[in-house]
Design a protein around this ligand. Structure first.
Ligand code: DER
Length: 233
């Protein structure tokens, strides 16, 4: 079983279990969600479901349009029945690291407007503690003019390394869909109170949002190498 197949199995299981009737559906971002949108589009077609899809990024919006699904937005659909999204890591308490794809701000907003947030991932995202497997750090979206003082404050409070995320296909830093920068905080202490850390970091002037999703995820599906799917709540 390839990693992509593991993602696909998790995605299909989640869509089949959580999209059972007409609904407002939050579409996450990243590569795993692509399989969820494909499955959703199949079912909308074959079952004539009425589903309005609210995107969490430019990429998610393109996915919705590409699959001829009904595009919605929070202005008209502020209450979302279920959002299905990926994650970079899930710990034993269901705390998520998200933002590996740089979409954490809209993802967290849409998740906060959703009755249920369901995570889909391959088995490499399933950890006991944050940092066990995901080594790129916790993404933090910041206002560009403040990135250096924010780097310094986080490093002085919690240690570790706080890096400005550099773009690959462009000189300079990654710029998010919202016009901000991303800092990746590579933490060393894995035994922090992530709820407290999230609240403290969010209070730093210039921090827009963190990639720590605490007490937000109802259920996670992890596709396994053997072809099965493990569920965690
Ligand atoms: O950026 C994000 O939050 C994505 O959802 C990411 O966490 C998961 O991306 P993947 O499905 O490509 O691994």
């Amino acid at each position: 079983m390839s990693l992509e197949e593991a993602k696909q199995f998790a995605a299909h299981r989640a869509v089949d279990e959580y999209v059972t009737k007409d609904c407002i559906f939050g579409v996450g971002s990243g590569s795993t969600v692509v399989y969820a949108v494909q499955r959703l589009a199949e079912r909308v077609e074959t079952e004539n479901l009425k589903v309005t899809c609210v995107p969490t990024s430019f990429q998610a919006k393109q996915l919705i349009v590409k699959h001829n699904l009904t595009l919605g937005e929070l202005d008209t659909n502020p209450m979302i029945d279920v959002t299905i999204d990926g994650a970079d890591e899930v710990d034993a308490n269901m705390t998520l690291i998200k933002g590996g794809g740089g979409c954490l701000l809209q993802e967290k907003i849409v998740a906060s407007c959703s009755k249920k947030l369901i995570v889909i991932a391959d088995y490499t995202k399933d950890s006991v503690k944050l940092g066990d497997r995901y080594k790129k750090g916790i993404p933090i979206e910041v206002v560009p003019m403040a990135y250096v003082p924010i780097q310094n404050k986080i490093a002085s409070m919690y240690g570790g390394e706080v890096k400005l995320r550099k773009a690959i296909a462009k000189a300079g830093p990654v710029v998010t869909d919202n016009g901000n920068f991303i800092l990746d905080w590579i933490f060393t202490n894995q035994d922090l109170d992530w709820d407290k850390v999230n609240n403290v970091i969010k209070m730093i002037p210039g921090v827009v949002e963190t990639g720590l999703f605490v007490n937000m995820c109802e259920k996670a599906y992890f596709g396994q190498p053997e072809g099965n799917v493990i569920e965690r709540i």
